[in-house]
Design a protein around this ligand. Structure first.
Ligand code: AMP
Length: 171
């Protein structure tokens, strides 16, 4: 099978000028590439005692739910503000293209949880840091963060020192 990288489509100036958007839909469309990517995301965490996979809206839901099935855990959605129906914790952060906030249900995780965070792209790292803050705010332990793509030129790991970060394709 072709390299996973060949299933990522570069879309210039989306959603705004100067951003090279990494489109993962060709990867999702390929049964082999999807299977290989979710297995590879889960691989380092197979024996890590993960009790919950937390996926970041919205592309993190797709990969995160597949990884939860592989690891035999449940799934926790981390969503944009105002989308979750129950009482939430909120964390604000800076995105590569704008600012935003994330929320989690305040009863989604607890002190006995070992959590793996999943998203599609690690860019500045702001989103991952916000998601980590939400996991920690609920007293859960962060086992790691795994994404399909890492934009190393934005140096996201600088914001994530001490965190086990696992990425499949680096640019
Ligand atoms: P950041 O907080 O800068 O690490 O941005 C990560 C979040 O923004 C992820 O949820 C990505 O889906 C999205 N994102 C940021 N930059 C890009 C990009 N160049 N291509 C696709 N998605 C991106």
């Amino acid at each position: 099978m072709a390299d996973l990288r060949s299933f990522i489509r570069d879309v210039p100036d989306f959603p705004k000028k100067g951003i090279m958007f990494k489109d993962i839909t060709p990867l999702l469309r390929s049964p082999e590439a999807l299977e290989r990517s979710v297995q590879a995301l889960a691989e380092p965490f197979r024996n890590a005692g993960v009790t919950a996979v937390a996926g970041i809206e919205s592309r993190g839901f797709i990969f995160g739910s597949c990884v939860a099935r592989i690891l035999g855990t449940g799934f926790v959605p981390i969503r944009k503000p105002g989308k979750l129906p129950w009482t939430t914790r909120r964390h604000e952060y800076v995105l590569e293209y704008g600012t935003d906030a994330l929320e989690i249900h305040d009863d989604a995780l607890g002190a006995n949880d070992q959590v793996l965070i999943i998203d599609d792209v690690l860019a500045t790292g702001g989103t991952a840091v916000a998601a980590s803050a939400l996991v920690k705010a609920l007293n859960a332990n962060l086992v790691g963060i795994a994404t399909v793509i890492e934009l190393t030129f934005l140096d996201p790991r600088k914001m994530l020192s001490g965190v086990n970060v696992h990425t499949l394709i680096q640019y």
